[in-house]
Design a protein around this ligand. Sequence first.
Ligand code: PLP
Length: 388
Amino acid sequence: TDAVVAVLMLLAFVHFSSEVNKWNISHVVTQRSGVIAVLKGDAYGHGAEQVAHHLVNCRAVDRIAMATVGEALQLRRSGIKCPIHVLGNLQSWEMQTCVLNGLIPTVSSKETIDGMGQVLKNLKPKQRVVDSNSKYANAPPGAIHIKVDTGMGRNGCLPQQLPGLVQACESNAVPLEGIFTHICFHEDEEYSRHQLELYDQLIAPYKDRNIFFHSSCSGPILLDMGTNYDFIRPGVAIYGMPPIAQIDEFEAQGYRPALTIKGTPTLVKCHPKGSKVGYACTYECQEDEEWIAAFPLGFGDGFWRALGHERGCIIRDKTGERCPVVGRVSMDAITVRLPCQPDENETFTIITADFDPVTSVTGIADAMGTISNEVLIRFAPRLPRVFR
Ligand code: PLP
């Protein structure tokens, strides 16, 4: 067995499905909208294939969204049959791949729609037919979603360009399946409301068409904003991670991180006083007998190098004691000072599935001056995942 594993409990999203309140995604989902689960970045570091199959198998989601065509293809090849969106801007060399694999690209310019029209025209008759088991049933080959920029200033066409893009779909016979926007959510709810109002105005002329509308990621969803459209697009909240600053409120609603990292030491030694530990000998044992354990994960696995020198600690499961990471963090290992000799196969928690200020993903994100997403995405694929 592996000495360090990332354990993922049932995803928070599914786990807390019975609660009904404004913070609860599942409530919003079951009442009104379909779900496009955002699993880009290897499902925010959790393991996209396993998470995708889990969510699809338990019918928690209708569709999946990835950032790139490459990521989306990987899911297709793993046997995921539901519609898969690609959220990044479509490039000309990716068009055919999208069409042939039932991937739904994001389009933000007229040139791209013209290019897509050309690709569709050049398809061989056989390629025009959707697979007989209707695996991408909800989306015809070549279906696109137009993204409109309502105030984030990143991807998406400018508001005034939207009518021209819709028109370009018609003239190029490109199936327009949806028009969406992205809310650059932060604590200023007013700005999000303003974005949603603009989106509503922009899509008004197309509301009676048979196309999908969607706007909201985790933050707005938890505030029940933009949840009245056809789909919602939760990402980080699926994994029980707060998209908002008020972690207390998030936790009070029953959300817990899905991921925990557990491990057993691969080697434990008792060092005499004065022994050096780690690269550059930055730690020196102070006691006559110090128990130093090596765990097989380091910055190459997403354990932050800055958490060496006792800035980070891990938890001894048996007693709850906090054990400091001493010396430098190596690429593939950390060294930890234990209070005594551990039992054989004793387990330790390296990342806790809570909001602890030191040992949790949110705590580490805070200490590193970043957001949970960046901490999560660094957990390397080589860390074995166990799904419970
Ligand atoms: N929708 C789009 C277009 C995105 O780019 C993202 C993430 O960046 C999401 C949804 C999911 O966001 P979150 O993780 O905040 O729920």
